[in-house]
Design a protein around this ligand. Sequence first.
Ligand code: PMP
Length: 393
Amino acid sequence: MFKQLTEAQLDPILSLSIAYREDERENKMDLGIGVYRNSQGETPIMQAVQQAQQHVLETQTTKGYVGLAGNEVFNQSMMDLLLADTSAYTRAAAIQTPGASGALRMLADLMCIAQPDTTVWISNPSYVNHKPVMEAAGLKVRYYPYFNPTTKLVDSQAMLAELAKAGPKDVVLLHGCCHNPTGADISFSDWQAITELANKNGFMPFVDIAYLGFGDGLEQDAAGLKHMADNTEEMIIATSCSKNFGLYRERTGAAIVISDSLKVAQNAKGRILNLARSTYTMPPDHGAALVATILSDPALTQVWKQELNEMLGRLLSLRAGLTKAVRAQGSDEFDFIEQHKGMFSVTGLSPEQVGRLRDEFAIYAVGDGRINVAGMQEQQLDYLANALVTVSR
Ligand code: PMP
């Protein structure tokens, strides 16, 4: 059966990590894979997570199955983080999923059974897995203009003009904050304009928020999403604790469905549970148990918020530091890096220039020119700035 299979393609970001590991140059920099790193280049377990882990270890008395919806305290906590103080809060239902990836797939499957001819509109460019997940579920995908390659910011005018064409059979997928890969976020007035379009033309917004707290802060990063949830009838959300709790391998995320009544939202949740049953049945427990422990305990929540703020502070200072270092080389070409949000920036470098970064400077970026800001070390910024200016000349 399997002999006829064509060869599997290795994910380009994963093959980049392998090449980086094998590189023996001392000054090498890994700006590829999307994990947060501290100033020692490590991805440590957060203090709040360690304390919660200790608590779970001491208090958990069984490894019996969790329910199909996972940890309901966790589910409630995700709604608190994303929807508190909105009208959507009382007409929403959440289920725990294996990461935001699991949420994306469950929500795609839900749309498929509710409205099989749905088209999902995705930003150009978007997170590499958005299109494959939507298509694997059987949905159609179409792109809307997003990134302006000249300014390296969002081309709001082109985006809104295209989204004005979306109708009742369409779903518009937005990044809640910290757009992956570009780092260019839509403004609050864009959120308002898209909300108005959704209400006028009948498309449903779908928000993927995987970096809450990595842009401007917990509250600020949810502001656009909250405005939209408050002012639309139906909306869906995929969210992740991989980055802001550092729980990557624990596969911790949630899917949220908002509708015009709690009854409809809960029924949609029930249908997702059916879908989950025939896919993975139940999500893993550990990560969600840790998040639920942290967010149910005010002291632990404070520890977590403090650590998250430190991570955010590091990202902001690296962005400012790199921009300054590039300026010191006599170029203002990379000023946009300071305006970008979150871990990533699309630099506008071509695949050839990205190749030169790797070959001449041992700097590993993704082929589309994306760099992971959290992969930088303060003491390497001058070296990186020189490399960027050299290859872009
Ligand atoms: N959405 C976006 C925009 C992402 O960047 C990622 C990957 N970090 C995910 C979803 C999937 O995240 P998770 O690890 O929670 O599955």
